[in-house]
Design a protein around this ligand. Structure first.
Ligand code: SF4
Ligand code: SF4
Length: 387
């Protein structure tokens, strides 16, 4: 049985979060548990979600007070703490400054890692991906504690503890993984391998204010008053998705892969929930961005064929678009898919859906929330070009 602590925390007050996290650690085994997790003075790296350059308190990123509360607890076990991430777009230092993380880090003598320094390594015991270029800091840390944000995600349905480590892939190399793994099943396998590679030891998921709808950047804040903690990333994610409306965690592609590959615990019957119950914390009106379905659960060849028939398309909300061109810049398939065309006083994107791999990086990183998912019908899909 994997143990997961599910806690109710109704505010981003740092003292309250600290109190709740201490309660969570006590449920998991208290001081003994923490000493095993963080052997004395070992090098600990905290990995918050810094998807892009966002204001402190933005629901797109992990809240700075969750970050501070974690530091206040673990500093009793080690003096060697650092934090970092590689945002999907923008400079890591600016992202760390704007988010409020850097100020807090300075207060506690926590070092910032920009994840620009990379290392080439092999993962012999992989599911799929053996050869890696990875940020040095998470790879070399003794203990990696991930601090994800609970959000919807266009490609992965949901993003949390497992997906958060995609930020350990430095900068634009993230786009090359999308090109190498256009099939969603394989992309999920890659994410599992990545967590094996960096050996993510513990997850503390910030779901006090989560994100619903058009996530992971342009959705709507959703108050869920939730913190979830555990050593098993898949068990933490399995718990989170049940709170937002996926009664069967195997409906989430990444969790289905984790289950199929025997990578981590996913089934609720094998997860011992400590603290609150699912019934206490579940929200009935959470706006999902992808409905549960079996699209990803078949062979990659069939999935590739069906992708054009079933998967949603990125779709422009023209009045929100400012014509910045970031969508084209972040698209792994570049100008093969997105072209900017003149429309009145600005340039707007058009998509060649025949070439689109449905990674949704354009939707994820649009600064204006001007791209949403549009569910396909056969008639729409047969149109190869659309605005
Ligand atoms: S869709 Fe978004 S990213 Fe693309 S040009 Fe418009 S505002 Fe910029
Ligand atoms: S257009 Fe968007 S969804 Fe399609 S490949 Fe490019 S970034 Fe991915």
């Amino acid at each position: 049985m994997e143990k997961v602590a599910l806690l109710k925390c109704e505010d981003y007050d740092v003292k309250l979060i600290e109190e709740k996290l201490r309660e969570g650690f006590n449920l998991l085994g208290g001081d003994k548990f923490l000493k095993e997790l963080i052997p004395y003075n070992k090098k600990v790296l905290l990995k918050p979600n810094m998807l892009s350059i966002e204001e402190a308190g933005s629901p797109v990123i992990t809240n700075f007070n969750v970050f501070e509360a974690v530091i206040r607890i673990i500093k009793d076990y080690t003096s060697d703490i650092s934090f970092g991430d590689s945002p999907g777009f923008g400079d890591p230092l600016k992202a760390a400054e704007r988010s409020g993380f850097l100020n807090i880090a300075k207060k506690y003598d926590v070092k910032f890692e920009d994840f620009k320094d990379s290392i080439h390594v092999k993962l012999d015991e992989s599911i799929l991906c053996k050869s890696w270029t990875i940020a040095k800091a998470p790879y070399e840390a003794d203990v990696l504690i991930t601090l994800p944000k609970l959000k919807t995600h266009a490609m992965a349905y949901y993003t949390g503890a497992i997906k958060n480590q995609f930020g350990c892939v430095p900068g634009s190399l993230k786009a090359t993984w999308h090109t190498r793994m256009p099939n969603a099943n394989n992309f999920c396998k890659m994410l599992l391998d990545l967590n094996t590679l960096v050996n993510t030891n513990f997850a503390i998921l910030d779901g006090i204010i989560a994100m619903e709808g058009n996530g992971p950047k342009s959705g709507t804040p959703k108050k869920m008053n939730t913190l979830i903690m555990g050593k098993s990333l898949s068990a933490v994610d399995s718990t989170a998705v049940r709170l937002i409306g996926y009664d069967n965690p195997l409906d989430i592609p990444l969790l289905k892969e984790a289950y199929d590959q025997n990578w981590g615990e996913v089934l609720p019957k094998n997860i011992e929930l400590l603290g609150q119950s699912i019934e206490d914390m579940k929200v009935s009106d959470f706006q999902l961005c992808r409905k549960a379905g079996s699209f990803y659960f078949i062979s990659p060849a069939v999935t590739n064929f069906l992708r054009d028939l079933i998967a949603p398309d990125p779709s422009l909300i023209e009045e929100k678009c400012i014509g910045c061109g970031r969508c084209k810049e972040v698209c792994p398939e570049k100008s093969r898919v997105i072209k900017m065309i003149k429309d009145k006083d600005k340039n707007i994107p058009t998509w060649n859906m025949k070439e689109c791999i449905r990674c949704f990086c354009c939707q994820e990183l649009c600064p204006c929330g001007a791209i949403e998912l549009k569910y396909s019908t056969l008639g729409k899909i047969l149109k190869m070009n659309k605005r």
